[in-house]
Structure formats: C-alpha cells, structure tokens
Design a binder for this molecule. Sequence first.
Ligand code: MN
Length: 432
Amino acid sequence: MRSIVAAGRTDVGQVREGNEDALLIRDGLFAVADGMGGHVAGEVASATALEQVEGLDGRVFQDADAAIGALRTAVVEANRTVSQLAEEHPEYRGMGTTLTAAMVEGRRLHVAHVGDSRAYLLRDGQLRQLTDDHTLVQHLVDEGQITASEADTHPQRSIITRAIGIGTEVEVDTITVDLRAGDQLLLCSDGLTGVVEDDRIGELLRSDDPPQVIVDQLVQEANDGGGPDNITVVLLRYEDPDAAQDAPTSTAPITISSRTDATDGDWAAGVSKYGALTRGGPTQPGEPDDERRSVGAIFGRATAIVLALALLAGLVYGGGQFLLSREYFVATDGDEVVIYQGVDAQLGPLELSRVVERSELELDDVQEWYRPTLEAGRPAADLADARRIIRGIPVRDAADDPDDADDGIGDDDADVADDEVEDAAAGSGPVG
Ligand code: MN
C-alpha cells in the first residue's frame, strides 16, 4: 500500500494582476499549469488543461505502458481542447499553457511535460531536475551558445518553444521514475524557479518539515525575491510503505486555482502518434557543467547559431507552432498601435513576438512627442497592463480623457498641458 503525502499552493506573486497558474492534486495525480494569454485567457488555458488531466483520477492501469499512454492522451487532449477554445473565442486568441503532470502507478511515477514548468526529484538528499525546459534559452544552452548561468538572466528567457494550446499538435515528453521510500517530487511553475535557486530548493526539501510547510516556505521565498510572476508549487513525498503504517494514504488538499466549465470530451484517438519517448537536450541538473560545452562552442559557435536558427525556423514555420512568451509590449504595426506578445527583438530572421491585440488607435492620433516611445516599444507587465498603457497614450485633439503617458494612471492636468507639451517637445520627444 503506497503512502503519499502531498501539498500544493498557488500564489499570484507581487507584480501580476491575476493568477494564470493552476494546480491539481488528486490521489496519485498531480499537475501544474502556467497559463499565458493575459487576463482571463491564461486562466482558462491552465484550468482547461488541468481538467483533462483530472479525467485520469481514479483510473487503474495494467502496466506502465498503459499508464504512460493515458497520461499522454490526457496531455494531447488538453492541447486539443485549449487550442479549440482559442480558435473559437476571439478573446482567447493567443492563449496557451505549460503542463507538467505526474501520475503514480504502483511504485512508479510517470511525468508528462510540455513547456517550462519543472519537475524535480529529491532522492538521497540530491535534487535532480527531471524535465527539460522547452525554452529558447535552454535550446541555446544545449547548442553551446550560452551557459546555464547566462540563461538564468537572459532577456529572452521567457520564450517557450512548446506549449499546450498553440498548435494542432503537441510534442509531449514523458519520464518514468521507479519510486523509492523517501523520494520527493516537486512540480513548480517558473515563478518559483526564476527566483529561488536550485540549491535553496534542495535545502528546503531536505528538511523534515511536512510538505505543506516546505511549500509555503518556497512560495514565501519567491515572493521575498520580488515575486515577478505567479508562483505554483506542488510537493509530494513517497513514504516507506512498510514503515509507515500510521501514515495517511494521502493527505492531499484538493485545490485548483481557477476552473471553467467543462467542454465536451471527445477523447482523442491519436495516442500512437506520440508513442515514441522523446527527450530534449542533455540537461545536467544540479551544477552547471559548462566547461564541457564551451570547448565545443569554440569551434561550433557559428554552426550552433545556424542550427539554432534552423531549428527555430522549423518550429515556427514548419511545425505550425509559434514561440510563446509571457511578456507583452505596446508598439506599432504599420500605422496601428497594437499589443505584442513576446520579446521586442529579433533572432536572425525570426521575430520573437507577434501581435495579440489591436487597438483603435493609429500612430497619427498619438501626440508627436510620444510616438518615439511607441516606435521603440513600451514593455508591459501583462496584457491588462498593456491595455492600460494604450488607454493612457496621449492623443491629439484633446480627447475626453488623455491620461498621463508614463504611468497609465488617469491624470487630469494632461488636458491642460497638451498644447504646451506638443509645442515644447516637438522634434525632441522623450524616448521611453
Ligand atoms: Mn509563469
């Protein structure tokens, strides 16, 4: 009789307006999803994905293959459902989510994974990252272009190369672990790992505190570190089945941060297509081992760049898949003021952003001194923030409520200042 103690928590963090993360804890079934798309869309994406995983609750499998197959099917179904919703509802366009799900089958644990929400295993005091991040920077690390520590602070680290809901097909990684007494599995969104170092995570997991205490501490430390993103943590501990007669079989609090109405479950048939087990590059969790890679990089740097571009081009154009980012900025598309999702940069021939929302506003309507700010692109914390920025753009011809441009917060004296500013700043406008 297995004995698993689990705990989880999701937290909005210090900066974001809403929580687009979601988590699932059931008996032997655990998942984390990090939704993107802003406002309601990200929440819909993550909750919808988890609903598909939840469908596995209570199912019993004959063997590991059956369990892995069912887990993959759930992820594929999550992708189908989320992308269909995005297609049918304009307000959900561009939404997507990561999905990292773990299922216990006998004494094995199966993990299915898309995106950059991670699974870690703590065994014998050692923390090991089980999942490879499906991110642009991880790809660049694998290619030897940048080091693992450079990746941590890379300006494009938010770009993910795989996600649920952004294409008709999705490639799913699976990992199987033979559980041992004392094993701990951590599932978490990048709101934790972007802030709290692996060493510190390992340190906390090694303590004897109950999982809920450790989970709360992890969330606390991510918030103390600035909490730039939503933070979600699920921790489960596999107790010694023989020694733990007194231990509860499961003390899982049932928590999903947001839910949507279930959509019709036309259970996907396409499992066989994803039958091959795929894992990405040779990530070595724990200490960065960049010496080895940098040797190859001396010779291979130019080649690596070409390969990276080819792979990305394949992803973007060939695979019908977009790079997905959880960052937003306001800029222009031709004469129009629009909201971009992604990073305001190019990698070779590839744009790392795409228009997710257009506005009524044309560049001609914007006060001249503010145009350079838009042409340069103005970063936003999230989609809601981007909309707020657009509402605050100073327009010509004394519109009813030309908000202050710098903080997006209503500022009534802007009306008075309009003409002076226009005259005084013409030709040398401040650049954001
Ligand atoms: Mn996140």
